[in-house]
Design a binder for this molecule. Structure first.
Ligand code: FNR
Length: 192
């Protein structure tokens, strides 16, 4: 199965970029998984403006991001938390994606993870990310992995230092991939 992965941060030294790279290595090692790891910076987007959309159409960055999502069987996103929510850049990308028909995020299996130098690991941002994704009909996996104290969490090789945290991440990734590979809707899963 094809898994598209990116960190919703533009920052060069981003902890979320480090986390998504670690996660991508784990997913690549799983059987039948083909990983498409990309940088959010590859999809530059102007701020959403309906006038811009009606004069110039949907920007190439949104169309490329939308294609990556549409072509994937599952999507894994590591997002920073900004002011208890998601970065405006990430919300802006979701808004542009919602203008593509069919909406690439609709019925898409998505796993959210995140890293933050704070002690909550970005869990409040993760809750906010769920709202627009839910509105667009994404199947967002209920569990979350948040890497707290991310400024101290990586070793010199950008691996997660704490073995328990790394195992927790690996278990979540394995469970998610197993779930997503069955291509079920959450409803079908409940009625098993
Ligand atoms: C932050 N940061 C932050 N962290 C957090 O845990 N909770 C928060 O609410 C916020 N709010 C916030 C707002 C703004 C505007 C900035 C710039 C930063 C800190 C944030 O987690 C930190 O900058 C991370 O390094 C961002 O993620 P990347 O870019 O390292 O992936």
């Amino acid at each position: 199965m094809k898994v598209f992965m990116f960190a919703a941060s533009l920052r060069h030294g981003s902890y979320n970029k480090k986390l998504i790279r670690v996660a991508a290595e784990s997913v690549m090692a799983l059987p039948f998984c083909e990983v498409e790891l990309h940088e959010f910076n590859e999809f530059p987007l102007p701020m959403y403006d309906a006038d811009l959309e009606s004069t110039e159409g949907i920007p190439v960055g949104a169309l490329s991001l939308g294609k990556m999502i549409s072509d994937a069987d599952a999507v894994i996103i590591s997002s920073p938390e900004y002011n208890g929510s998601i970065p405006g850049t990430f919300k802006n990308a979701i808004d542009w994606l919602s203008r593509i028909k069919p909406v690439p995020l609709s019925k898409k299996q998505i796993l959210l993870i995140g890293a933050s130098p704070g002690h909550l690991g970005g869990v409040r941002g993760n809750l906010h990310a769920r709202v627009p994704l839910h509105i667009l009909g994404s199947y967002v996996y209920p569990e979350y992995f948040g890497l707290a104290k991310a400024d101290q969490a990586f070793d010199q090789n950008d691996q997660i230092k704490d073995e328990k945290q790394f195992e927790k991440l690996q278990t979540l990734l394995t469970d998610f991939i197993h779930y997503a590979s069955r291509k079920e809707t959450p409803f079908e899963r409940l009625t098993e």
